[in-house]
Design a protein around this ligand. Structure first.
Ligand code: CTP
Ligand code: MG
Length: 237
């Protein structure tokens, strides 16, 4: 496979509020983070998965990975204090991997990097197909969902309605040609961004929007887990 997946998993799940990281919460019989990994595992276009984890959680991740029956090479790296720093650590590992001498007859050539939150267990294969293809043709693409409610801006003296026709919410994965994301992170090393597309936008490289399913939710609060359970059950029936 020619795509490396970076999974930021080094948060602490403050808003979820459980004792251990929300990523270890049980969803349909396995930890939440494993669902996210599973969505990429069987794809022939994915050749490497890098999980960025915190020092506190590293031993649990190691143990759970060792129990996985996974065909995909998974590497663990130490994440940082912010999501951007965790992605940076993952990216450094991807670049190390691509520079390693190949010990197999055909070493994988990584040409794209997909960044996907470990807290998004429900991304659909058809959405991955589309965002991966768009990144191949344009070099940078992200999944988005249309804004469904009416958007208001607080002007200070009252409310103003924002035209939502061209407004979207950013999802993941966000997928980039390897040189595009490498340059974006090299340029902005250490600088904050709420997502990866923002760093690429700053370089002037256009990032294409790919409308995906709104099912691709991020588990933030405990109630999100119940919604995810319902969506998984619906997919089975
Ligand atoms: N993340 C990370 N490194 C950080 C912070 C977040 O790798 N320093 C990861 C999280 O583990 C998660 C993803 O980025 O998979 C999205 O972040 P979020 O949903 O905000 O998770 P947390 O930061 O863990 O939750 P909270 O903000 O409620 O503490
Ligand atoms: Mg967070």
């Amino acid at each position: 496979g020619s795509i490396a997946v970076i999974m930021p998993a080094a948060g602490s799940g403050q808003r979820f509020g459980s004792q251990s990281n929300k990523l270890f919460a049980n969803l349909d019989g396995k930890p939440l983070w494993q669902h996210a990994v599973d969505r990429f595992e069987s794809r022939s276009d994915v050749g490497l998965l890098v999980l960025a984890v915190s020092a506190d959680d590293e031993s649990i991740f190691r143990e759970q990975i060792s129990e996985l029956n996974c065909n995909l090479p998974i590497r663990l790296v130490r994440g940082g204090a912010t999501r951007s720093e965790s992605v940076q650590a993952g990216l450094d590992e991807v670049l190390r991997f691509t520079n390693e001498p190949g010990d197999r007859s055909k070493p994988p050539t990584i040409d794209r990097v997909a960044i996907h939150d470990a807290a998004r267990p429900l991304v659909r294969q058809s959405d991955l197909d589309r965002v991966f293809a768009e990144a191949t043709s344009s070099g940078a693409a992200l999944l988005v969902a249309p804004v469904s409610g009416t958007l208001k801006r607080d002007t200070g003296s009252g409310s103003q309605t924002v035209d939502r026709r061209n407004m979207y919410v950013a999802l993941t994965p966000q997928v980039f040609a390897i040189d595009v994301i490498r340059q974006a992170y090299a340029r902005d090393r250490g600088r904050m961004a709420t997502d990866d597309a923002q760093l690429v936008e700053r370089t002037g490289h256009p990032v294409q929007l790919v409308t995906g399913s709104a099912d691709n939710l991020k588990i933030t609060y405990p109630e999100d887990l119940r919604i995810a359970e319902a969506i998984l059950n619906e997919c089975r029936s």
